[in-house]
Write a protein that binds this ligand. Sequence first.
Ligand SMILES: [Zn+2]
Length: 677
Amino acid sequence: MVQKRHACQSYPHFLHGADYNPEQWLHDKSIWDVDMALMQQANCNEMSVGIFSWAKLEPREGEYDFSFLDEIIEKIHSNGGKVILATPSGARPRWLAEKYPEVLRVGHDGVREHFRGRHNHCYTSPVYREKVGAINRKLAERYGNHPAVVAWHISNEYSGECRCPLCQEAFRNFLREKYDNDIQKLNLAWWTTFWSKTFDSFDQIEAPGKHTENGLHGLNLDWRRFVTHQTKDFILAECAPIRELSPKLPVTINMMFEFYDLNYHQLADAIDIASWDSYPEWHNGDDAVIAQKTAFWHDLYRSLKKRPFLLMESTPSLVNWKSYNKPKKPGMDVLSAMQAVAHGSDSVQYFQWRKSRGSSEKLHGAVVGHDGTGDTRVFRSVQKTGQILKQIDEICGTLTQAKAAIVFDWENMWALDDAQGYANVGKQYMNTCYEYHRVFWEKGIDCDIISPKADLSGYALVVAPMLYMTDEETIENLKQYVAAGGTLYGTYMLGTVNETDLCWLGGMPGGALKEVFGILAEEIDTLYPHEQQHAGMGDREFTLVDYCEVIHAKGARVLAEYADGWYAGMPAATENRYGKGLAVYQACRDREGLKDALLDRLIRDAGIQPNLPCALPHGVTAHSRTDGVHTYIFVENYSDQTVEEVALPGSMTDLLTGENVTSVQLPPYGFGIFRKE
Ligand SMILES: [Zn+2]
């Protein structure tokens, strides 16, 4: 039985608020009172504070001054609001960098950074960990049980890496542990005999960089793993005093869109709830495409903890850091907020509440602009979003029960991009994952985005695009899933290398995957950008681009054949019964059509129900959440055209009008939210 699991248990309502930096206005605190009145007016009930406040909270080493934070938290509290309280490690104070230069990062060139920017700190430095631990302890002691505080926002947008002597030694220790302190084991795992790269001792190993060894794929991959490991270790250290002194409040880190450098599947264990900062480039091309890619990340953050996540940041209008910074058109502001909720968010939050007057973010969108009033288009749309969140409050804490999932793996992406072969201009892994996700999005089917090591047992259909790197555990997970009755969809490049980037021997796909799929892959034809091939399935023909893998059916049934090229007549797609399940293989990259046709049948055969009982017009999609009793369906229109009529699955209650309806008409960038009894 599904039951609600609110992101913030102590406040089981949608959070609607923003990053708030009142310390920028300490010289004129009358602005704080204006802010409190405007927050009420904007239907905001929460503010994230303290994110970059270290220099104010600890102006000199060991001298703490919490007066501004005390005052602002009390103001928000007495105004009826809640607080997400941040730890300030995302930007350190000047005294810390000057007294302890070891806290500053060392780059590829071996040069230590000066005090500048944010996120410029070494995750290994014992001094940095000690100073962060000390201020976090003070914050947890002071505010960890404050009735206004509902969650901890740990640091800010963790990112980056450091190559200082401390990090180099921590990397070597990470490797010593991983390879049982046996340098020959590492030599074999990294294939160091190639070009005479053999190590005699762990002491000889350096982080890969511009001027150091970077041609050993195993080394590069283990460095990336180390960066995630060290970041996670730092997060755990940051959280230790908070977990001790404020055990009832959830901790989160704000993650990002298409963030490449950290394996978020690994970081998920360190936090209680996922949150992320979503800044799509709306209106730069087809908004349906942009919405679907954004949806992929909403789905990923929901899947990370299998519970509601928080939209920690979004802009109410525009950002200031893209090549072209365009405001959201009327309608898209509220629609994009509802998109997060449709995919499982328990919040809509903005960056930031009040526009800075100076420095980097003075032109970044904010709820309150430099005019300082609520009399703007942006403010009114925030007001409207807040009003809607109140109307649909019963949805807060409900879950999404996806029967389909797409495997997306950071380690696989790193290994693929490092592989010298195929198309070296880019393997297009992320875009390929988006393409498979698109099929579900266009049909209005809920879809999780998961790690290859996730528990697959709840899914009727799992798609694993371009899963080039598969270790023994992944192979076993996929095999058991199919054997138990699941439908698994694999593609070209599946099971090429193991966990240290060594090619599997004995034919691809590696290990037991050959039997699961009933195929043997022999070669890959990488097509030039001007080339196309074709595949036929029944009386339909599909255009192929980039990759055509030459495979042999070894027990699998051939579903589609290559229509041209020297491999004409050979299998382009197959399916194989294995145990109680089915393994489908697509050997080639289709422009579009082949995957749609294959998935169309598999979705039907697996009994996966779209959220709406009809084919959806371009730009329209639907997502659902449930508390086990009611199902809530969000119908979203990302086109600038009116959609005349979309049928609902029977009579439903429109949560915004209270009426019973069986269909919905959607204005441009419109949406509807419905409850099925
Ligand atoms: Zn370092």
